[in-house]
Design a protein around this ligand. Structure first.
Ligand SMILES: Nc1nc2c(ncn2[C@@H]2O[C@H](COP(=O)(O)OP(=O)(O)OP(=O)(O)O)[C@@H](O)[C@H]2O)c(=O)[nH]1
Ligand SMILES: [Zn+2]
Length: 198
């Protein structure tokens, strides 16, 4: 699968979505022909394609695009990677931070690639639990490391603006493999993600 960095929109998909969004605006009691809304269906169609572009991207190919042989055996941690995804139940955003660590086994990757892997899976319809494990599995497959740890902390708009309306709830999910199944290594990772740069 191609590694696509561009914001691209499929014309056929855009056209189909525009028709449906125009109808949806009418059903919601709006006038899709009023000036402010004339281009809204097209904007929505593009925004939705942007937020689901991960379906066209391949996380392992991204990791492979910057792989370097390096004799490092310490934990590499990138934390506070901001994340915007969409829950598959309500198609409302959830957003927060991902923290990713791995212990290399002779191969490292470019640090930015870890953040790109987050986006590949975040820009799909998701549940936070699956997003967490998909990131872990892609890094395992792409780098064959000695272990991977992924923690995601996120707020779900579907719990803030509707439904239960809990403004302060934060959901934390985690996935660990290899050496992170060892309590000492896992505790070191958890300590590092809790620490602040001063
Ligand atoms: N496990 C999990 N649940 C999620 C996620 N995002 C949203 N949900 C939940 O999905 C559930 C869907 O439940 P339903 O009862 O079918 O939907 P609903 O009537 O809209 O539920 P309420 O949100 O409680 O009003 C809700 O409890 C949401 O909070 C997620 O990433 N992971
Ligand atoms: Zn939801």
């Amino acid at each position: 699968m191609a590694y696509n960095k561009q914001e691209t929109y499929n014309e056929e998909v855009t056209e189909g979505l525009v028709k449906n969004y125009r109808e949806a605006l009418g059903l919601l009691g709006e006038d899709p022909n009023r000036e402010g809304l004339l281009k809204t269906p097209e904007r929505m169609a593009k925004a939705m394609q942007f937020m689901t572009q991960g379906y066209q991207q391949d996380a392992v190919a991204i990791l492979n695009s910057a792989k370097f042989t390096e004799n490092v055996s310490e934990m590499i941690l990138v934390k506070d990677i901001e994340l915007y995804s969409m829950c598959e139940h309500h198609m409302l955003p959830f957003y927060g931070k991902a923290h990713i660590a791995y212990i290399p086994n002779g191969t490292i990757t470019g640090l930015s690639k870890l953040a790109r892997v987050v986006d590949v899976f975040a820009r799909r319809l998701q549940v936070q639990e699956r997003l967490t494990t998909q990131i872990l599995e892609a890094i395992m497959e792409g780098l064959n490391p000695l272990g991977v740890a992924v923690v995601i902390e996120a707020k779900h708009m579907c719990m803030l603006v509707r439904g239960v309306q809990k403004q302060n709830s934060v959901t934390t999910t985690s996935a660990f493999s290899g050496q992170f199944e060892n309590t000492t290594t896992r505790m070191e990772f958890l300590k590092l993600i809790a620490s602040k740069l001063s």
